[in-house]
Ligand binder design. Structure first.
Ligand SMILES: *[C@@H]1O[C@H](CO)[C@@H](O)[C@H](O)[C@H]1NC(C)=O
Ligand SMILES: *[C@@H]1O[C@H](CO)[C@@H](O)[C@H](O)[C@H]1NC(C)=O
Ligand SMILES: *[C@@H]1O[C@H](CO)[C@@H](O)[C@H](O)[C@H]1NC(C)=O
Length: 380
């Protein structure tokens, strides 16, 4: 590593002094970029968010007997989020999911990304949006519709992606037991792929209460995108009818999880479970910009009586059943979550869309606005 030049050190010192003497605005800016934990509360419904990775750390609500539980996996400390590779609760980007061979061509130019999943790029590379500090723009913790807005400026060339990108996410308790997520992004100078996803791991019986194999899942999706052994789409958009992927009727996860391939372990053994992108019905017209919300999924947990209905405006949803969670992943309160200890429903564009012209485009050009809206409605 090169030693910093004395002139640079001097400049840095001058900048620090200038920041310290400028008072109010700079102090507020420093506070906004310090990693903290922020609560939103509406009666007995509450969530905690950190501006590290724009992570949802907890979602607490009653069950049918009035018992409060936290229904998302996570950790007790920010340090554990920083050190982890599970993406618990994170906002992933610039491009969520996989990009084959860590490359794509846009407007005739080839871009090379950081490969962090074998030869492929997963969730934006090794320093994706889930692995950076966001700026807290606004936080209203209580009242009728508490919310927090976080902002991240992604620089031109970050992890290999073209152009600077300004990204906002707002989490809001927008109604009784309703959590809304609004994401937007604008490209400053160059066209770029954008595919943001909220990566919460849901266990409606409570995080650490056991596996989700008894949950029933219904997905409003008649087609899915088949993948190869590295979980890269083949390019087909195939009907689910007549396959174990058909979840159009409410289906216990445990009845299907051993029938579908969820990837390979480090030793090359097949791991079973869903890690599958579905094409949400009615999403064909979608081109990654503003669209109406469509119902995506319903999850029910018989034991607690809790259910979750997910709405979003995206063409796809990645259904993941925590296939790679192992007993050594210890979360809140030191609990081991274990395989199938939660499920994820990540609404988004299709995986590797940048390399499949037949998939809905995820390209955002300067002047366009990427908008991703989600709504989680809970009942019990
Ligand atoms: C960081 O993660 C690794 C791998 O999961 C683990 O072995 C290690 O103990 C963790 N370190 C801290 C400080 O939590
Ligand atoms: C987060 O970024 C750091 C620094 O670039 C890197 O060492 C770490 O592996 C990244 N974590 C993940 C989960 O990619
Ligand atoms: C993106 O969201 C932020 C926060 O809600 C808002 O201030 C901004 O106007 C939005 N940008 C666009 C282009 O819609």
């Amino acid at each position: 590593m090169a030693r910093p030049a004395p002139l640079l050190l001097l400049l840095a010192a001058v900048c620090l002094v200038a920041a310290a003497s400028a008072g109010g605005a700079d102090a507020a800016e420093r506070k906004a970029t310090t990693v903290g934990v922020y609560e939103l509360r509406k009666g007995d419904f509450s969530i905690r968010v950190t501006n590290w990775g724009a992570v949802i750390m907890s979602v607490v609500l009653p069950d049918s007997r009035g018992k409060l539980d936290d229904v998302v996996l996570g950790y007790d400390t920010i340090a554990e989020y920083v050190n982890s590779s599970t993406y618990f609760g994170a906002l992933v980007g610039r491009v969520a999911n996989r990009i084959a061979k860590a490359r794509f061509v846009l407007d005739g130019k080839a871009y090379h990304l950081y490969p962090n999943d074998g030869k492929n790029t997963l969730h934006g590379g090794h320093r994706g949006f889930s692995n950076v500090t966001w700026t807290v723009k606004e936080h209203v913790g209580g009242g009728d519709a508490p919310y927090i807005t976080l902002y991240y400026h992604s620089f031109d060339g970050e992890q290999g992606f073209p152009g600077a990108l300004d990204v906002y996410v707002t989490y809001q308790l927008s109604g009784p037991y309703v959590l809304s997520v609004h994401m937007n992004a604008t490209a400053a100078g160059k066209a770029t792929p954008v595919n943001l996803a909220q990566h919460s791991y849901w266990n409606l019986g409570g995080a650490g209460s056991g596996d989700i194999l008894g949950n029933t899942v219904q997905l409003f999706a008649s087609r899915y995108t088949p993948v190869d052994a590295e979980l890269i789409p083949t390019g087909q958009v195939a009907p689910v009818a007549g396959t174990p992927y058909d979840l159009r009727a409410p289906t216990p996860v445990g009845a299907r999880v051993h029938l579908v391939m969820g990837g390979l372990s480090k030793t090359g053994a097949t791991i079973y479970g869903f890690d599958t992108n579905y094409a949400v019905d009615g999403g064909d017209d979608v081109d990654a910009h503003a669209h109406a919300l469509r119902r995506v999924a319903v999850v029910q947990d018989g034991k607690s009586g809790r259910s979750l209905e997910l709405w979003a405006n995206q063409p796809g949803v990645q259904f993941y059943t925590g296939n790679f969670l192992t007993a050594d992943v210890k979360g809140k309160g030191g609990k081991a979550y274990g395989q199938y200890g939660a499920l994820c429903l990540e609404t988004q564009g299709f995986p590797d869309a940048v390399n499949h012209p037949n998939f809905p485009s995820v390209i955002v050009r300067p002047g366009q606005v990427y908008k991703h809206e989600m709504m989680y409605k809970f009942s019990f």
